[in-house]
Design a protein around this ligand. Structure first.
Ligand code: GLP
Length: 243
């Protein structure tokens, strides 16, 4: 595992965008796994700037986002598609058919998840997966207790995740959906390369447990320590409890 510690969350985003751009330059058809959350905002800002300043051409990459709430679809303002469209897709030139997203508003959620998993496979798997981390150690929406072999599926969200994400729902936990669809840990582990970003003092405890603790089902991110090509980028605050 490669660990990079930078000054603040903007620098984390800039560094991640540089690394992603390098991989897109090497492979214009890169299959890129994307994440949402506040940590990702400076990353998308930097990536958009690199793309729009013609430092990198992302018009032929394929993207697969990690997760979406049940029963949200593309139009829901609190949904992850809306977030991605606002911060990335609407700002760059990328064909709509290159963007893959889980739809949490279909009758057959199992089928939706199976199709998504198959689509990832058909595209040769994820080349580069970007991840954030939740305060309870979740990745995507793989909450504590998730199996290391889990695939794309419907999950129940933990109270801590719903509380943290309530900031996007007028601060009301009751408005945060109880269920979501997420790409599984097994699927994430099959990515050829992973970059995990964490910033802010609220992540310091979990970052410490993730990096210094043992591999533990109760900290889903800890499974990533078995991955052969993972880079963790932290800001000073998120790294503040490391020895
Ligand atoms: C959500 C997402 C995760 C993300 C996490 C952390 O729960 N499903 O993929 O890593 O939030 O988000 P933030 O960066 O806002 O702390």
């Amino acid at each position: 595992m490669k660990l990079i510690i930078l000054k603040d969350y903007k620098d984390v985003g800039t560094k991640a965008a540089e690394l992603v751009s390098k991989d897109i330059i090497k492979n214009k058809n890169l299959v890129l796994g994307l994440a949402t959350g506040e940590t990702m905002i400076p990353f998308y800002r930097s990536l958009v700037s690199l793309i729009n300043n013609k430092k990198v051409d992302a018009s032929e990459i394929k993207t697969f986002n990690l997760d979406e709430y049940v029963v949200f679809d593309k139009k829901n303002k609190n949904g992850y598609y809306y977030f991605m469209n606002k911060h990335l897709f609407s700002k760059i030139r990328i064909p709509a058919e290159n963007i893959n997203f889980l739809n949490g508003n279909v009758k057959n959620l199992d089928l939706e998840c199976r199709n998504y998993e198959n689509s990832i496979k058909k595209n040769g798997g994820i080349d580069l997966q970007i991840l954030g981390i939740g305060r309870d150690g979740h990745i995507g929406f793989n909450e504590p207790g998730s199996s290391s072999k889990s695939r794309t599926r419907e999950v129940l969200l933990s109270r801590i995740t719903r509380k943290d994400n309530s900031r996007f729902f007028d601060g009301k936990i009751s408005k945060v959906p109880k269920k979501a669809l997420t790409v599984g840990i097994g699927t994430i582990m099959k990515s050829k390369k992973i970059i995990l970003l964490a910033s802010g003092v609220s992540k310091a405890k979990i970052v410490h447990r993730f990096l210094h603790g043992s591999i533990d089902k109760n900290i889903p991110a800890s499974f990533l320590k078995k991955h052969r090509n993972i880079t963790v980028i932290l800001d000073k605050e998120a790294a503040s409890e490391l020895d």
